[in-house]
Design a protein around this ligand. Structure first.
Ligand code: GAL
Length: 439
């Protein structure tokens, strides 16, 4: 997610076995946060504990046990990239402390390669912008404890008309591995009309055959509902088109042609649909960008949805506000929680449903809850236990993840907060037991 004027961010889940384990732990204790919703006075619009589609043959290459974190060049730099930008970005991830917080992937997007393959049919880096080669960059970022990502396309060309990897999967995967690449974003342009379900698996197999651990990030823009099939193919799959750095949906009409621009709030809603499919080993992916409060909401919702946290701004020149948002360890810990269940919208009311409660279970029988005000005026938003799937008598402590303090030690039934327009508040609710008071 990018925070300054350009952004990107993003996706999550849990195996069926783990889910059963969590239920049994909950039942054996006094605290029963898992509620069937059947008798709630306000039935939630989504069951935050629905993991029925989890673990359907996830790609088990050991990667993506939690959403990937790092940086991607596209949203801020587009084609204006070179090896100096990549090296300086790696340096900045270290010097700002972001790498220590988990942002370790330095991902080069489109435009790194020459316009044509070499005489042996191999991909080569653009000699003007990447004169030292990709191997050199991989060594550089590895020497700092970071990982290097690269980009290609499951088509004849990339979106910026560099050579694509369709029908060159083995050669290209071997190249990437020999260079020491750790991550591949695989795009969908110039796809010759062949279904993504046919074009994406060959690169999975080619990467696997190299013997190197390479994170496989599928970017087919959500066109064939990748949540339904991509878990077997990649470590993450983007569920939508590119995000724009804007809050609300904008629709621009040009003489008979309507262009729908996807903005942060729409992407959150689109990705919400796929909550039951994400999980360790595979993450839904979106993108983002806005005012301080809007960015904070963006980061909070992306973290809750277990989206990959891929920074899309120029980390060498971040504002203090951007850094404050990106470095909130409590919000990051929700994103990286080992339970890996994607949070979702559980309740919406008010004009056009603009007062919203989003929630998702965390390890330790805790719940992450976001009160999100998508209205244009400040308002008070209430989260009722019935909407959260908590039994009405359960007592919880409530920690505010942006204020970094407990706002209650023993709330029962519901809690409310005033939330500014377009802002959100984010909390962790920890059910109390007689023997385990929240500390
Ligand atoms: C688009 C993709 C973007 C970026 C761009 C590069 O298809 O959605 O995220 O990778 O191509 O040309």
């Amino acid at each position: 997610m990018s925070m300054a004027t350009h952004n990107s961010a993003m996706g999550c889940m849990l195996t069926a076995i783990l889910y059963v384990y969590v239920v049994s732990v909950a039942v054996s204790g006094r605290v029963l946060p898992l509620h069937p919703y059947l008798n709630g006075d306000e039935k939630p619009i989504s069951n935050i504990f629905d993991t029925s589609n989890y673990g359907i043959l996830q790609l088990n290459n050991g990667l993506a046990r939690t959403p990937q974190m790092g940086w991607n060049s596209w949203n801020f730099f587009a084609c204006d990239i070179n090896e100096t930008v990549i090296k300086e970005t790696a340096d900045a991830l270290i010097s700002t402390g972001l790498a220590k917080l988990g942002y370790i992937y330095v991902n080069i997007d489109d435009c790194w390669s020459d316009l044509v393959r070499d005489s042996k049919g191999q991909l080569v880096p653009d000699s003007k912008t990447f004169p030292s080669g990709i191997n050199y960059l991989a060594d550089y970022v590895h020497s700092k404890g970071l990982k290097l990502g690269i980009y290609s396309d499951a088509g004849a060309f990339t979106c910026q008309v560099r050579p694509g990897s369709l029908f060159h999967e083995s050669d290209d995967a071997e190249r990437f591995a020999s260079w020491g690449v750790d991550y591949l974003k695989y795009d969908n342009c110039f796809n010759l009309g062949i279904e993504p379900e046919k074009r994406y698996p060959p690169m999975r197999d080619a990467l696997n055959a190299t013997g190197r651990s390479i994170f496989y990030s599928i970017c087919e823009w959500g066109v064939h509902d990748p949540a339904l099939w991509a878990g077997k193919v990649g470590n993450s799959w983007r569920t939508t088109d590119d995000i724009k750095d804007s809050w609300a949906r904008s629709i621009t009409s040009y003489v008979g042609l309507t262009l729908i621009v996807l903005i942060m709030t729409t992407i959150a809603d689109l990705n919400d649909k796929w909550a039951a499919y994400a999980g360790p080993g595979g993450w839904n992916v979106g993108n983002g960008g806005m005012t301080y409060q809007e960015y904070r909401a963006h980061f909070s919702i992306w973290a809750l949805m277990k989206a990959p946290l891929l920074i899309g701004c120029d980390v060498r020149n971040m504002t203090a506000e951007t850094f404050e948002i990106l470095s909130n360890e409590e919000v990051i810990s929700v994103n990286q929680d080992p339970l890996g269940v994607q949070g979702r919208k559980v309740y919406a009311y008010g004009p056009n449903g603009c007062y919203q409660v989003w929630a998702g279970p965390l390890s330790g029988q805790r719940l992450a809850v976001i009160l999100w005000n998508r209205c244009s005026k400040t308002g008070s938003i209430t989260a009722k236990w019935s909407a959260l799937g908590l039994e009405s008598s359960i007592s919880v402590s409530i920690r505010d993840l942006w204020k970094h303090e407990y706002i209650s030690q023993d709330s029962v039934g519901s809690f409310s907060a005033g939330v500014d327009a377009h802002a959100c508040e984010m909390y962790i609710l920890t059910p109390l037991t007689e023997t385990q008071p929240a500390s």
